[in-house]
Design a protein around this ligand. Structure first.
Ligand code: 0DY
Ligand code: CA
Ligand code: ZN
Ligand code: ZN
Length: 158
């Protein structure tokens, strides 16, 4: 299956969203990576060099130059998508209104954590409690990985 052949993975922000400050976006994405780092031997580090980065993160709308994925669809519907390893690139639909830590709008931390699951090789889960469940069920305070998510990632990276 698709998995990274390395444990030290780097990511690069190609751009940011106007919905939040760069600091809020960096913090939400860093915390999302940390969820997965906590249950594997993987480490994640931001790099300013797009060429050195394993995972390139972008905010985009509509048609944005992807071959594999359909164009983004405006507000609602698809919120983001990510390529499996060893591409791993992660795109957020910037027609969504992203927020951090509020029931309002779409929580960037939770969406990022879900997409990073894909970037690491996880498919969707049928477990409604799982982060990898296909549907975003709204903001939850103190979000944590479900056992289903942990089992899934440890099957790949042991
Ligand atoms: C066919 C895929 C490109 C759909 C896309 C997705 O699964 N991206 O990973 C997506 O954005 N699905 C929406 C479905 C929806 N509109 O509820 C979603 O919320 N996925 C992200 C997400 C975020 C956080 C938690 C969960 N469970 C799912
Ligand atoms: Ca959308
Ligand atoms: Zn895309
Ligand atoms: Zn998904």
């Amino acid at each position: 299956g698709s998995e990274w052949k390395k444990v030290n993975i780097t990511y690069h922000f190609k751009n940011f969203s106007p919905d939040l400050t760069e600091a809020q976006i960096r913090d939400a994405v860093s915390r999302a990576f940390q969820l997965w780092a906590d249950v594997t031997t993987l480490t994640f580090r931001e790099t300013s060099d797009p060429k050195a980065a394993d995972i390139v993160i972008r905010f985009a709308t509509g048609v944005h130059g992807d071959g594999a994925f359909a164009a983004f669809d405006g507000p609602g519907g698809t919120l983001a998508h990510a390529f499996f390893p060893e591409n791993g690139d992660l795109h957020f639909d910037d027609d969504e209104t992203f927020s951090v830590g509020s029931e309002q709008d779409t929580d960037l931390f939770i969406v990022a954590a879900h997409e990073i699951g894909h970037s690491l090789g996880l498919e969707h889960s049928s477990d409604m409690g799982a982060l990898m469940y296909p549907w975003y069920l709204g903001y939850q305070h103190d979000y944590a990985l479900s056992q289903d998510d942990i089992d899934g990632i440890q099957q790949i990276y042991g």
